[in-house]
Design a protein around this ligand. Structure first.
Ligand SMILES: [Zn+2]
Ligand SMILES: [Zn+2]
Length: 251
């Protein structure tokens, strides 16, 4: 009987969470269907059964880049050959199916509202996988791309996740500049010129001595995350981790 009452209470709580996540509708933001919220813990993390097939477990991952690998979770071949500059990357899931579709809708179809449920899931993963960072730094967009898109999806995700955990977000900490400009700033061109653009620490005082979490939508080769981590470490960051929505299994 008490269980029944409790269950009723938590159903109400879950309905409240659902209303927060999907204002004006109870349809799932990812698949459009109507999932019944099933609270099992306190507080119940957001649950989307349609994502179950692509979300990653916490074990069986490369200790550094977070790509799934068979057997014990040591280093993958790539990280063994060349250690990345960040401490650890973790993803919500693999870049496939509904997660890939959600990222496309967010970035290319202007569906900025998807940052909300994705940010809620990222907040849960952040707490599971990392010590609390001092600051979250979204990967910057080129200014031209930002003007065309109207928003930086990584910044929206960072604000949603950071807001839920009361962790400050510093979208101005990094900036994308032309490679030539970056090289002159770096005094001698430590970075390769063939990328066409490079990432620099635009506000070093935001990260000096701090534990920093880089947030991005996708991790594929790790080139962008590594460029960001190098810039942050050069600016004095004490530790740099990376959290992404999806990790590509190729590359
Ligand atoms: Zn769904
Ligand atoms: Zn790895």
């Amino acid at each position: 009987m008490a269980g029944g009452v409790l269950r009723g209470v938590w159903s109400e709580v879950a309905a409240g969470v659902a209303a927060l996540l999907f204002p004006g509708t109870d349809a799932c933001p990812f698949c459009g269907s109507h999932h019944d919220p099933e609270p099992v813990g306190v507080p119940a993390p957001p649950s989307f059964p349609c994502l179950d097939g692509v979300l990653l477990p916490l074990a069986g991952l490369c200790a550094r880049c977070g790509k799934p690998q068979p057997g014990d979770s040591g280093l993958c071949g790539d990280c063994w050959r060349q250690a990345p500059p960040f401490a650890r990357t973790r993803a919500l899931g693999v870049y496939a199916g509904p997660l890939r579709e959600a990222i496309h809708r967010l970035k290319y179809h202007g569906e900025a509202h998807l940052a909300r449920p994705l940010g809620a899931l990222l907040a849960v993963r952040l707490r599971q996988a990392f010590p609390p960072p001092d600051v979250i730094v979204p990967v910057p967009l080129h200014p031209g791309k930002l003007r065309r898109r109207g928003f930086n999806q990584s910044e929206l995700l960072a604000r949603e996740a950071g807001g839920r955990l009361s962790i400050p977000v510093a979208p101005d900490a990094l900036a994308r500049v032309r490679a030539t400009e970056a090289q002159s700033r770096l005094g001698g061109g430590a970075r390769e010129a063939n990328v066409g653009a490079a990432i620099v620490a635009a506000a070093p005082w935001r990260v000096l001595g701090k534990s920093v979490l880089i947030l991005d939508d996708i991790y594929t080769t790790g080139a962008t995350a590594s460029a960001c981590a190098e810039a942050l470490i050069a600016a004095g960051a004490r530790r740099v981790d990376v959290l992404v929505v999806a990790i590509g299994l190729r590359g």
